[in-house]
Design a binder for this molecule. Structure first.
Ligand code: SAM
Length: 401
């Protein structure tokens, strides 16, 4: 078994640079970043650390082989050459999944079956057995064929890394946790930040910001496929979990506030924050964006209703206008909005300082960043106790609805 592995972390478009920064911090070697994925090298400790700590990638895969495959024979031989008996025990279950694009071997089921046959043959030889019951732990094999170039990979994550374990239920149109974490990074959320979200839904942005500020590893409350793998021993996982626990910044001054017009969303956000271990730092309240008045030092991270998935296009545009007016009347440290509304700037009433393309699932979105907002004329300091509930609406402020 090699001491270092070639690893791949796929991510959503737009998350690459944040993911690269996270990986460098974890000590990944030979890091290469391309659209939608990061490739790097590291040992068993890095496999555990990456799964536990990465906030912005979808999973961590072990790259076992990369070669050209124009024919089924070449595909078979490349898979058979991998020392599967060193990776998988004789009772391992090993489902094969994958995809093929612009390749001669275009039938995914046919490729799956060839790959499975090659693994079976190699395992029978390696383990000197004629029976592979597949009753043991699961080792998910993935293949990727692109322009006749084949990659064979082993999944180390199991469920996608966006499944942190705190979001048991979600409202309609929740934001993926990995995207929310990327937006918190774009907003430069730090240990002493104050974050507000006027359209918080199930609370994802506030919760991800809190976990980042407190340096709570997103994978602390879940399990990973590679916890069953002999080449990532239990003591490696225990060491990395302990390290992650010790690195939590209990003394961080972070505060998070989420608001939503829907009481069911607020209940859900509160429950999720409890499960995520950040409920003491986050407060969620029912409120209409028409009364939103963030604190001057706030970083606003938000995901307003999309025309496509929620309400109507006109309704979403009206809400963006109301939100824009509230922000104009109540300037704060920065505003970061992820939306599929391509006319958002016109509706909000201001051009963004910067924009970034992203995908929320299959939906193309933009993150509109406003971080040069003029400082409030009279800074209103936070009370020492922290939470003080919502600020009253300034007198004479126009009401939109
Ligand atoms: C796209 S969802 C936010 C999803 C959230 N980021 C999550 O991950 O669950 C938009 C939210 O805006 C809320 N909303 C709609 N109209 C509102 C209003 N006038 N004021 C405040 N919230 C509103 C909806 O109830 C919904 O929860």
């Amino acid at each position: 078994m090699p001491a270092t592995f070639e690893l791949i972390a796929p991510c959503f478009f737009g998350c690459e640079s944040t993911a690269g920064f996270e990986l460098r911090r974890l000590g990944a070697e030979d890091l290469r970043v391309t659209d939608g994925r990061l490739t790097f090298r590291g040992g068993a400790d890095l496999i555990a650390a990456a799964n536990l700590n990465l906030r912005t990638v979808e999973r961590v895969l072990l790259l076992l082989a990369s070669y050209r495959a124009d024919t089924f024979d070449e595909l078979f031989d490349g898979v058979y050459a991998i020392p599967w008996e060193e990776l998988l025990p004789a009772d391992a279950a090993f489902p094969v999944k994958g995809s093929s694009l612009n390749s001669k071997l275009s039938s995914v089921p046919a490729c799956q079956s060839i790959i499975k046959k090659a693994i079976v043959k190699r395992l029978m030889r390696g383990h000197r057995t004629s029976v592979l019951p597949e009753t043991g732990s699961e080792y998910r094999v993935q293949f990727l064929l692109r322009k006749d170039q084949c990659e064979i990979m082993l999944d180390t994550s199991g469920e996608g890394l966006h499944k942190r374990g705190y979001r048991r239920n979600a409202m309609e149109a929740p934001l993926r946790e990995t995207l929310a974490a990327t937006i918190a990074d774009l907003g430069r959320v730090r240990r002493d930040s104050l974050v507000e979200d006027p359209f918080c839904g199930s609370g994802t942005l506030v919760i991800e910001a809190a976990q980042k500020a407190l340096n709570i590893a997103p994978g602390l409350h879940r399990r990973f496929a590679a916890e069953h793998y002999s080449f990532v021993p239990a003591q490696v996982w225990a060491r990395q979990r302990q390290k992650a626990l010790e690195e939590i910044k209990q003394d961080a001054a972070f505060e998070g506030y989420g608001y939503d017009i829907d009481p069911a969303a607020i209940q859900l956000a509160q429950a999720n924050a409890r499960l995520a271990g950040v409920d003491k730092r986050c407060r969620f309240e029912v409120a209409d964006v028409a009364g939103f008045a963030p604190r001057p030092q706030a970083i606003v991270l938000t995901n307003p209703p999309y025309g496509e998935r929620m309400s109507t296009i006109d309704g979403a545009a009206r809400l963006a206008r109301t939100f824009g007016r509230q922000m104009e009347a109540n300037p704060c440290a920065g505003v970061y909005v992820i939306t599929a509304d391509m006319e958002f700037e016109a509706h909000y009433g201001r051009r963004a300082t910067k924009r970034r393309k992203m995908y929320n699932g299959m939906i193309p979105c933009q993150v509109y960043m406003y971080y040069d907002a003029p400082a409030a004329k009279t800074a209103r300091p936070m009370p020492k106790e922290g939470f003080d509930g919502r600020r009253a609406r300034p007198k004479g402020q126009e009401q939109d609805r």
